[in-house]
Design a protein around this ligand. Structure first.
Ligand code: PGA
Length: 243
């Protein structure tokens, strides 16, 4: 059985005063799945303190593929570790599309997270044009394979996967539960073939309290990566409890 997860991705949102309210509210949510929040770098120290003693895990939204050195603006996996981070997103579609991250960079980032003992949450997903032209399977499996070939089965066993159709992120459009399940099954098969049998595969893209249970009810959906709705405590808590 794969571990169930609900992971919040704040993206570039938050401030010192509202973070405290949100973090304190989500630590009181009770449920059986694991919960994590991906906060912006400057707030890691604040969140580390706020989450202390709770079951909510601290995560980051990105990590450098490099260990240290002359890489202005980059943040290494070992720096994240110093602030109590245990997980990190790699290859989020916004990183791929807005910041030019290639499959190779994403794979190297996953490897550097693993090397530092962090759990990479490897994001994959097709654009609307790719879906419309019948390439969804090819794209998500190519993105998966780039990481899997680079880190091998041992690395893969330390990852969480997230399927995030680009056309459903922040758009209000959600994949139907059947569309999500279909892609999750492709990913499950590819991961199993690579030797990772218990990998968690999360769905992300306009998950809300009203649609969470239906999506989480699919056989190969092990939880969610939640963007916009993770900024509202009641909404995020309700999603967490829908699993
Ligand atoms: P959304 O974002 O829930 O706002 O669509 C999901 C994500 O990008 O992780």
């Amino acid at each position: 059985m794969s571990q169930k997860w609900v992971i919040g991705n704040w993206k570039m949102n938050g401030d010192l005063s509202s973070n405290i309210t949100l973090l304190s509210a989500i630590t009181h949510a009770s449920g059986t799945a694991k919960m994590a929040v991906c906060v912006p770098y400057p707030y890691l120290a604040q969140a580390q303190v706020a989450l202390q003693g709770s079951a909510v895990l601290l995560a980051a939204q990105d990590v450098s593929q490099f260990d240290k050195g002359a890489y202005t603006g980059e943040v290494s996996a070992s720096m994240l570790k110093e602030f109590g981070v245990t997980m990190v997103l790699v290859g989020h579609s916004e990183r791929r599309s807005l910041f030019g991250e290639t499959d190779d960079i994403v794979a190297a980032k996953a490897a550097s997270a693993i090397k530092a003992g962090l759990t990479p949450v490897v994001c994959v997903g097709e654009t609307l044009a790719e879906r419309d032209s019948g390439q969804a399977k090819e794209v998500v499996l190519r993105q998966f394979k780039a990481v899997s070939d680079y880190i091998g089965v041992e690395g893969l066993n330390q990852c969480v996967l997230a399927y995030e159709p680009v056309w459903a992120i922040g758009t209000g459009l959600t994949a139907t539960p059947e569309q999500a399940q279909e892609v999750h099954a492709w990913l499950r098969e590819a991961a199993t073939q690579a030797g990772a049998v218990d990998i968690s595969i999360l769905y992300g893209g306009s998950v809300k309290a009203v649609n969470a249970a239906e999506i989480f009810g699919q056989a190969d959906v092990d939880g969610g990566l939640i963007g916009g709705a993770s900024l509202v405590a009641e909404e995020f808590t309700a999603i967490y409890q829908a699993i």
